[in-house]
Design a protein around this ligand. Structure first.
Ligand SMILES: N[C@@H](CCC(=O)N[C@@H](CS)C(=O)NCC(=O)O)C(=O)O
Length: 267
């Protein structure tokens, strides 16, 4: 039996659950509670030394990195059907998988400079925050988290994140100009890999970043939401009250997010 360590709302967990739902895989679910720093517990760090989700265990074989997990599941349980047969298109699909590392970093920046920041600052003392950050195994991630909590949308990370996303969105728009899915005429692994990041912006009330109603990304998001996997992997894991809270937390920041985004687009 496949075992997945994940959390209900984390973008990388959603990415893997979406792949599992598309392939039709069952799994044993191990949900980690970040508020209790379970991702930094000794036994979890033995399987995922970075102290992050998701982690997949297949009959004792440990797979980390959400995009790699997607490829692994597709290769072992789906005859590789989510990767285009055409080798050039397969390379394009894998390039999108690699790009999700930078896109993830940008979405993490936007989350922790807005709604998640407010929630952490309101619910924890500075000692508790320092203690929880000190448990993060990656010193670079520690610095980033401290900086985002200190400066919010004024952080230099935000400008960097907007730059990454603007490039990614431009390339997605081009890719989707004459087809329904990101890499090929058929739905595939790059659609799965990108959805959770775009969905997070939408859930924060930041879908204005995706463009106006003519945006191809907006149309693609609607097509992704219409697939049964969206409900199985995302909606069913996120209670409405949590979804509402996320949106309220984000919407408060939308005017400033929009201002900074527009200023950067002009450069
Ligand atoms: N590149 C990794 C990133 C994993 C990652 O950063 N996961 C986040 C949730 S999306 C996490 O577990 N964060 C733990 C923390 O903030 O302490 C992947 O795609 O699997």
């Amino acid at each position: 039996m496949l075992k997945l360590y994940h959390t209900p709302t984390s973008v990388c967990s959603i990415k893997v659950r979406l792949g599992m739902a598309e392939i039709g895989l069952d799994y044993e679910s191990e949900i980690l509670d970040f508020s209790k720093s379970e991702q930094h517990g000794e036994s979890y760090l033995q399987i995922n030394p970075d102290g992050v989700v998701p982690t997949l265990i297949d009959d004792g074989f440990v797979v980390v990195e959400s995009s790699l997990i997607l490829e692994y599941l597709d290769a072992y349980y789906n005859d590789g059907k989510l990767i285009p047969k055409d080798r050039k298109l397969a390379t394009t699909a894998r390039h999108w998988l690699l790009r999700t590392l930078a896109i993830h970093s940008a979405i993490n920046t936007i989350t922790f400079s807005t709604g998640a920041r407010d929630q952490i600052l309101a619910s924890k003392t500075s000692e508790e925050i320092a203690a929880s950050i000190s448990k993060m195994p990656d010193p670079v991630a520690q610095l980033k988290r401290k900086e985002l909590l200190a400066n919010g949308l004024n952080s230099a990370y935000v400008n960097q994140a907007f730059g990454q996303l603007q490039r990614a969105f431009k390339d997605m728009e081009t890719a989707l100009a004459d087809r329904k899915w990101v890499t090929a005429a058929e739905f595939g692994i790059s659609d799965i890999a990108l959805l959770s990041y775009i969905d997070r912006l939408d859930r924060l009330g930041f879908s204005g970043l995706l463009g106006d109603e003519s945006s191809k990304i907006v149309g693609w998001l609607a097509r992704m939401k219409a697939r049964p996997s969206y409900d199985i992997a995302i909606a069913q894991h996120i209670p409405q009250a949590v979804a509402d809270k996320t949106r309220q937390a984000g919407e408060k920041h939308w005017p400033e997010v929009e201002r900074l985004w527009t200023a950067r687009l002009g450069k």
